[in-house]
Write a protein that binds this ligand. Structure first.
Ligand code: SF4
Length: 264
């Protein structure tokens, strides 16, 4: 069944509604050059830095046989895949860390496989674990509204997490779990080749940057992950708990979108 074209007024209405939802009193349409940023230091707890992982056996097929593509091992000894589908299929039964035993569903990632912008969160929550898709609960709905506020949708970007399986009770990922799982995310990034990455929240930012600095010291500046410019903002779940951060998030998104719009 063919899709009906979306009314441009409806698109505009959604963008304005999303901006209002982010706590703005003045609506912004299109590019903004007034995204002045007030840095509010969010002194969240600090997690230990991750160690480097080189486990080639991280990727196993459903039969438990390592599924390494011929001639496609990277310098870290990690297998490489031609597509996200092949990669997902190879790792979706992973039991490398204890979270593989307690998950309901493996949560690989979702979005445009050719996305120029990739969002990376922490780990699946209860709803994500139930549905097998990242950011589908209330935080996911808020992320959709944040994307709409900068005239983007899930079809434009790719969304994944540091961990593919839910930590029980939504506790923070443990360093060993991150060490085991991060090569999967690296491979996703290698396949997608995004031009920009946006880390959502402290856990994603700290693990991508291998730092224990608090979020407030990491935000409001560009970093790099594997040579790709990395921007950091609050996790939508944090915005649900602390709505006062929405204004800073809006400023973050304006800076991110300005760079996105200027990509060649
Ligand atoms: S969290 Fe990652 S490393 Fe742990 S079982 Fe799931 S996929 Fe494997």
């Amino acid at each position: 069944m063919s899709k009906l074209p979306i009314d441009p007024y409806e698109l505009l209405r959604r963008a304005l509604a999303a901006q209002i939802d982010l706590g703005l009193s003045d609506a912004v349409i299109g590019k903004s050059d007034t995204a002045k940023h007030t840095l509010e230091v969010a002194d969240f707890a600090v997690a230990p830095a991750p160690e480097v992982v080189t486990a080639v056996e991280a990727v196993r097929s459903e039969t438990g046989t390592p599924q390494v593509m011929q001639g496609s091992i990277d310098l870290m000894g990690q297998p490489r895949f031609e597509t996200l589908e092949l990669h997902n299929k190879a790792i979706c039964t992973c039991l490398l860390c204890p979270l593989g035993q307690t998950r309901n569903k493996f949560v690989y990632g979702v979005g445009n496989p050719h996305a120029r912008l990739m969002f990376i969160g922490e780990a699946p929550g209860e709803e994500e674990d139930r549905q097998g898709e990242p950011f589908v609960g209330r935080a996911g709905q808020l992320l959709d509204r944040i994307l709409a506020a900068i005239q983007l949708s899930r079809n434009d970007v790719y969304i994944a997490n540091i961990l593919k399986c839910r930590p029980p009770g939504n506790r923070d990922p443990q360093p060993d779990e991150v060490n085991k799982c991060l090569p999967y995310l690296r491979e996703q990034i290698r396949i997608i080749k995004p031009k920009l990455i946006c880390a959502l929240g402290r856990i994603a930012a700290q693990n991508l940057l291998a730092t224990t600095k608090p979020l407030g010291k990491l935000r409001n500046q560009w970093h790099e992950f594997e040579g790709i410019p990395l921007w950091i903002t609050y996790h939508p779940a944090a915005l649900l708990r602390f709505p006062e951060y929405k204004k800073d998030t809006w400023a973050d998104m304006q800076i991110l979108k300005a760079r996105y719009d200027n990509l060649v």
